[in-house]
Design a protein around this ligand. Structure first.
Ligand code: AMP
Ligand code: MN
Ligand code: MN
Length: 324
């Protein structure tokens, strides 16, 4: 584990940098990659910002997003690769994992417990609400002035990973950083509209279908919904429109663990796990090869839906202290 000044020194020594984020990018991943990328570019470095998966439409407003390259890693003689917000090598996708394995200088900046990417420099701060907070501090320690474009990216990274400042990862320092970003000129209310008030109708139709699948364990502490490929096809909704569905399960009074089972390939399911108070869903997801944070985690399982649901919901009930 390194400190921010060491990361700053490694970045200063670099000339050509690849900055990448995780599969199915979210606001923290995109905002952090773009904020760091735009800032390093302003310092005169050759920068490529990239990630394996397409960018959800709600993030199209991010300054510099047209520079974010999706698909296989772009060719280039990068002397340094920086991975942001990637809790495990698998979260980079196969091609990026292979690329990073061949590079000399790898910098891993993350806020997931047990972040599993082996970098030359690893900076993991599990107390950070978002990687965007770490990038904010890094830019400050490098005495880089934060442009309005960078500020918008950092604000978005932080506002999305804190659930609009609702989660318990928010600290007084989170609000201090946000205050500085607003002073730079970030239009907070406008960003809220872009993120939450431009939902396509198909996403709400999918929500209606998903709510039909709402199921609770007899103890009332575990609740889940299912989204199949067929539901996506029938509603015209996209993968990105499943974001946030799991929160409906957790929001019910008495529920401690909310789960979303989402078919990502025929017979392969992504499970999103959220907890309210006591259960560490990072540990729960780890039982199935996944990970994340104490209150938000994920894993991927293959097999028959019923069996997967049975396995995960039983483990969730046990984690709440309940009996089967
Ligand atoms: P999600 O349910 O996809 O929104 O993910 C919730 C949290 O868990 C995020 O912080 C992810 O980085 C993390 N996460 C999701 N899936 C995995 C996985 N398969 N392995 C490790 N961490 C994951
Ligand atoms: Mn993320
Ligand atoms: Mn994050």
């Amino acid at each position: 584990m390194t400190n921010l000044p060491e990361i700053a020194a490694a970045i200063r020594h670099s000339e050509s940098v690849l900055i990448c984020g995780h599969i199915m990018p979210d606001g923290d991943c995109l905002g952090s990659v773009l904020a760091l990328g735009l800032s390093l570019e302003a310092m005169g470095k050759k920068v490529v910002m990239a990630g394996p998966d397409p960018i959800p439409a709600i993030y199209e407003f991010l300054p510099g997003v047209d520079r974010f390259q999706t698909g296989p890693p772009p060719d280039g003689a990068y002397d340094t690769c920086i991975a942001l917000d990637c809790s495990a090598p698998e979260r980079l996708g196969r091609d990026y994992q292979d690329l990073l394995a061949k590079k000399k200088v790898i910098i891993n900046i993350d806020h997931h417990a047990g972040s599993g990417i082996l970098g030359t420099y690893c900076y993991i701060d599990t107390a950070a609400a978002a990687v965007g907070e770490i990038i904010f501090d890094l830019l400050k320690s490098m005495q880089v002035s934060i442009s309005c474009e960078t500020a918008i990216n950092l604000y978005t990274a932080i506002v999305t990973d804190t659930g609009s400042f609702q989660y318990d990862n928010v600290t007084p320092d989170t609000h201090r950083r946000i205050a500085e970003l607003l002073e730079i000129g970030v239009p907070g209310a406008q960003i809220n509209v872009a993120l939450h008030e431009e939902t396509p109708k198909a996403a709400l139709v999918l929500l209606r279908e998903a709510l039909h699948t709402l199921t609770m364990t007899p103890c009332g502490k575990v609740c889940w919904m299912t989204v199949t490929l067929e539901m996506l096809k029938n509603t015209g909704a996209l993968d990105e429109h499943t974001e946030g569905l799991v929160n409906y399960c957790r929001s019910i009074r008495g529920v401690e663990v909310g789960l979303l089972f989402r078919e990502i390939l025929a017979g392969t399911y992504k499970v999103s796990l959220r907890s309210k108070n006591i259960v560490d869903v990072n540990m729960l997801a780890a039982q199935f090869g996944g990970g994340g944070h104490a209150k938000a985690a994920g894993c991927v399982l293959k097999g028959a839906l019923r069996e997967i649901q049975d396995k995960v919901t039983r483990a969730a009930v046990l984690a709440t202290g309940g009996v089967l």
